[in-house]
Design a protein around this ligand. Structure first.
Ligand code: PGA
Length: 250
């Protein structure tokens, strides 16, 4: 079965408003739109609105890199799903490994954020992935199972229509050490199995699972050729228009 593909760029804590708008414009004019493929960029909060305005009417969609789960309130420094939606964003990245490991986000917190994002009409892209020591000690599947089951606990089958997952092994993020297509494919199959245990085979087979971690123009083809890799989430290589275009136009 043909699943929806998503090609996404995570700009992390890079780009001022004007730099972000310039990059979005370069991408919009360079995308060779393919049927069944969605294109998403995740600018920093400060550039969300200007990038969303720039992308209006184009194939490029916009998401936030994080959010808090309350609608509003005394939560200094936090951003709510309503605010993100109001900026014109459609997606939100949740559970990125930098959020998990630098800012100590737990599966329980990520679960609350996913539910809030769905309540306010945002599409969560949920990141999971093991640390190097977890892979080396044979714990990859245990980690993926607890992250997947923790993130999606209490969700309904119909919620899954609006969800995508990014498998991002932590040892491959920003390190230049990409997972081989075979290692990534194996993890994607495993993640799909856990989704199937939670929501059944139809949901699992329809769910886009992206790979992320040192994706570059020179390794995209091998990754994209794998049956269970339905797109990519790109960090470093998404900051440069020419290199990101080579990836998303694969
Ligand atoms: P990278 O980042 O492509 O720079 O490894 C990926 C990510 O963190 O989403």
């Amino acid at each position: 079965m043909k699943r929806k593909e998503i090609f996404a760029g995570n700009w992390k804590m890079f780009k001022t408003c004007s730099e972000a708008v310039n990059l979005a414009q370069e991408l919009i004019s360079g995308i060779k739109i393919k049927e069944g493929r969605e294109y998403v960029v995740f600018p920093p909060f400060t550039a969300l609105k200007v990038v969303a305005d720039t992308c209006k009417g184009s194939a490029l969609r916009v998401g936030a890199q994080n959010m808090y789960y309350e609608k509003e309130g005394a939560f200094t420094g936090e951003i709510s799903p309503v605010m993100i939606k109001d900026c014109g964003a459609a997606f939100v990245l949740l559970g990125h490994s930098e959020r998990r490991h630098i800012f100590h986000e737990t599966d329980a917190l990520i679960n609350k954020k996913i539910k809030a994002a769905l309540t306010y009409g945002l599409q969560p892209m949920v990141c999971v992935g093991e640390l190097l020591e977890e892979r080396e000690s044979g714990k990859t599947n245990i980690v993926l199972e607890s992250q997947v089951k923790g993130a999606f606990e209490g969700l309904r089958t119909e919620d899954m229509k609006n969800i995508s997952i990014a498998y991002e092994p932590v040892w491959a993020i920003g390190t230049g050490k990409v997972a081989t297509p075979e290692i990534a494919e194996e993890a994607h199959v495993t993640i799909r199995k856990y989704i199937s245990e939670l929501f059944g085979e139809n949901v699992a087979n329809a769910l886009p699972i992206l790979y992320g971690g040192s994706v570059k123009p020179d390794n995209i083809e091998g990754l994209y050729s794998m049956e269970n890799i339905d797109g990519v989430l790109v960090g470093g290589a998404s900051l440069d228009g020419a290199s990101f275009l080579k990836i998303i136009n694969v």
